[in-house]
Design a protein around this ligand. Structure first.
Ligand code: KE4
Length: 427
């Protein structure tokens, strides 16, 4: 595979952008090699600047559930742009998208649009703190909620002791308010909440953890969290930035039948444009300025282009049979990849939640961050490269989820499964 132009562009990019990319995971650090520079994308395919074609399972890290440049989305964006790109004033489009989101997520009475998943979770946590008057938060190891200071925190020495910064630049004072616990470990949560509940504003989690691959919640874990947080007046926040409209149209909360107090969304609801959102019960959301005292703002929040792309995307997703089609493609891919690794004699564990999935190179069940990290990342890196050489574009890290779209056809899945078998047998 010739990637001459990508190499040239990467050299140029590095001289003007930190690491040559505008988001770290794009730099291929986890798999090595030169990141591909993309020229365009259409449907299930993505095309690099050297003219190579790939079946795309990254889909911009989740948003492009319809496939790239869907004609309906592109056409509506062109028309919207002709009318102006941003007004900094309310529009009917914002009401429309809010209504569609609230219909799909009945746990929310009101929703506020922002410009990224980071803004959504950062704001939701501030509102939960304002609503409860408490400062501490509980998050889970491996769950990524964007890069706000208080969320770049790892577990301190003991469970209830203070979190410690997970990145330079995060003040210890911020980290102290974040308690980080193992995902799927209800006993650990119970122990901390029973001791600390008076200081805990919220528990935030990815109900399916897409940021360590694809880790599914144990049956009783989500139910247990719901019971504990309700009992102690703690706000339960589902970060569905990734799982929203991916695990099902109503997200993981609909799929698992758990009603959180607040939900964060992003990715799919922007149809590929920058959007995040957070919402919840009216009594909580009425805390948000200008209705209430908790301040949060954004110049481009709810801008007409992003709203248009989101509305068109959800219109198509809400059509009958859409999810049957999405899920049957995802099931075919799952069966094929499991079969390929078995035939190739390579030990893998495959997990899927709706249209998001991950193949771990391990023979141990993956239930949390610790077990995920036991996967063979070196073998994954070789798998990633082999698949790229065969025209299959996977996330460049063992600890990222893969995604499928409405545009993925049987021939895409067959090509992917064939490539996986060829690569795995050579690992
Ligand atoms: P953004 O600020 O990147 O829009 O969203 C942050 C975020 C919040 N919550 C969840 C569950 C997320 O998955 C994300 C972002 N996801 C990553 C993928 N692992 C985005 C890719 C990237 O960082 O470039």
């Amino acid at each position: 595979m010739i990637i001459k132009k990508s190499r040239q562009l990467y050299k140029k990019a590095i001289s003007v952008i930190p690491g040559g990319v505008n988001s770290p995971v794009r730099a291929y650090k986890a798999v090595g090699g030169n990141p591909l520079f993309i020229s365009h994308a259409k449907g299930s395919k993505i095309y690099d600047v050297d003219g190579n074609t790939y079946v795309d399972y990254v889909l911009s890290w989740g948003p492009l559930i319809l496939g790239h440049s869907h004609p309906r989305v592109v056409k509506s964006l062109k028309m919207a742009a002709e009318k102006g790109t941003s007004y900094g004033a309310p529009t009917e489009l914002e009401i429309k998208l809010a209504q569609m989101v609230l219909k799909a997520y009945p746990s929310m009475d009101k929703v506020r649009m922002v410009n990224s998943g980071t803004e959504a979770t950062m704001s939701a946590i501030r509102v939960a703190r304002g609503f409860t008057g408490r400062d501490r938060i509980i998050k889970f190891e491996g769950c990524y909620h964007g890069h706000a200071d208080g969320l770049l925190v790892k577990a301190g020495s003991g469970a209830t002791t203070f979190g410690v910064p997970d990145s330079p630049g995060v003040p210890r004072a911020y980290a102290r308010n974040t308690i980080t616990l193992p995902f799927n470990n209800l006993a650990a949560v119970k122990d901390v909440i029973e001791k600390e509940w008076k200081n805990i504003a919220c528990v935030i989690l990815e109900p399916v953890v897409g940021n360590i691959g694809c880790v599914l919640p144990r049956k009783r874990f989500l139910e247990g969290l719901r019971k504990l947080t309700k009992k102690y007046g703690i706000v339960l926040i589902f970060d569905e930035v990734m799982t929203g409209f991916r695990v099902s149209y109503g997200g993981a909360q609909a799929y698992y039948g758990i009603e959180p107090d607040m939900t964060c969304l992003g990715k799919v609801i922007g149809g590929g444009l920058p959007v995040g959102a957070y919402g919840g019960k009216a009594e909580i959301m009425d805390m948000v300025a200008p209705e209430g005292p908790v301040y949060q703002a954004g110049t481009l929040s709810g801008n007409p282009l992003a709203m248009t792309a989101g509305i068109e995307t959800l219109k198509i997703l809400s059509r009958k049979n859409t999810y049957n089609r999405l899920f049957s493609s995802a099931e075919a891919l799952e069966e094929g990849l499991k079969d390929a690794s078995k035939k190739a004699g390579v030990k893998t564990k495959f997990y899927r939640a709706g249209t998001m999935f991950c193949t771990y190179f391990t023979d141990k069940e993956v239930i949390d961050y610790t077990t995920a990290r036991m996967a063979d990342t070196e073998k994954f890196a070789r798998f990633f490269k082999g698949m790229l050489d065969r025209g299959i574009y996977l996330a460049p890290s063992q600890f990222e989820a893969g995604f499928i779209s409405l545009a993925h056809r049987d021939r895409d899945i067959e090509k992917t499964v064939r490539a996986a078998y060829e690569v795995m047998r050579r690992l």
